[in-house]
Design a protein around this ligand. Structure first.
Ligand code: 6PG
Length: 237
């Protein structure tokens, strides 16, 4: 489903509404709410909107990350740092409620393996992690999480978490894989800005294009997916 809003603030407000509903439903259903946060800059407005919602079941919420840069947690490039500053600190989220991808690890493969073990402990016996709400962004090249076009992680069909070398950025990333992302109960893409218009029209609007975008491949067989866009990003849909 595609939903278009006036501007990034309206996208964030709509996402916060969906977040609140998903949180309340999950806690009522299973006593906890497992949410995976996206990286990048788009989620900042959402985090700010959520930080004002003190009435949500925050103490029953477990925060995962869809991906992380291979940097220390206090690095300005760290997805964790952005979430800590805009969401965890304002809401006083306890450290035990966070599952952080250790981007600082000397051995990223070990960090990926440890994250996968922690995920499997959260979802014992599951074939894939049934994240209640997966929030994702999309890059201008159609990447999502750290699944970039033409990179090896796109071909991972067994692991839930892996490393991924991104030649265009000349850097390593840690990322959930397609099997893990697609297992989510509910997926929300947040896409804003004119720079995303072409790729949004291709990935979500059926505009012809040669190579399938990674974001296009994140479709939950047993869940829902909604794309929240502002008018600028939706202008070619
Ligand atoms: C990351 C993100 C990535 C992000 C897109 C969009 O670590 O960079 O996980 O997938 O969602 O690059 O980023 P913006 O929101 O900054 O446009």
């Amino acid at each position: 489903m595609i939903s278009i809003f006036e501007d990034p603030a309206a996208v964030a407000a709509a996402a916060a509404l969906r977040f609140a509903r998903a949180a309340r439903d999950a806690v009522a259903r299973q006593g906890r709410f497992v949410v995976a946060l996206p990286g990048g800059s788009t989620p900042r407005l959402l985090h700010r909107a959520l930080a004002e919602r003190t009435g949500l079941p925050w103490s029953a919420t477990l925060f995962l990350f869809g991906d992380e840069r291979c940097v220390p947690p206090d690095d300005e490039q760290s997805n964790y740092r952005m979430a800590r500053e805009t969401l965890f600190e304002p809401l006083r989220i306890a450290p035990g409620q966070l599952l952080r991808l250790h981007g600082e690890a000397a051995d990223p493969a070990q960090a990926a393996s440890e994250y996968e073990q922690a995920l499997r402990a959260l979802f014992p016996g599951a074939a894939a992690p049934r994240i209640d709400l997966l929030l994702l962004g999309m890059g201008e090249d159609g990447h999502t999480a750290s699944l970039f076009p033409g990179t090896a992680a796109l071909d991972e069909t067994r692991r839930w978490v892996t490393t991924n070398y991104v030649p265009r950025l000349a850097e390593w990333r840690l990322t959930l894989t397609l099997p893990a992302l697609c297992a989510a109960r509910e997926i929300l893409f947040l896409v804003t800005g004119a720079s995303k218009a072409r790729v949004a029209a291709e990935a979500f609007g059926g505009r012809p294009h040669e190579v399938q975008h990674p974001a296009e491949r994140v479709v939950p067989p047993d869940g829902t997916r909604e794309i929240l866009l502002d008018r600028a990003a939706a202008q070619l849909l």
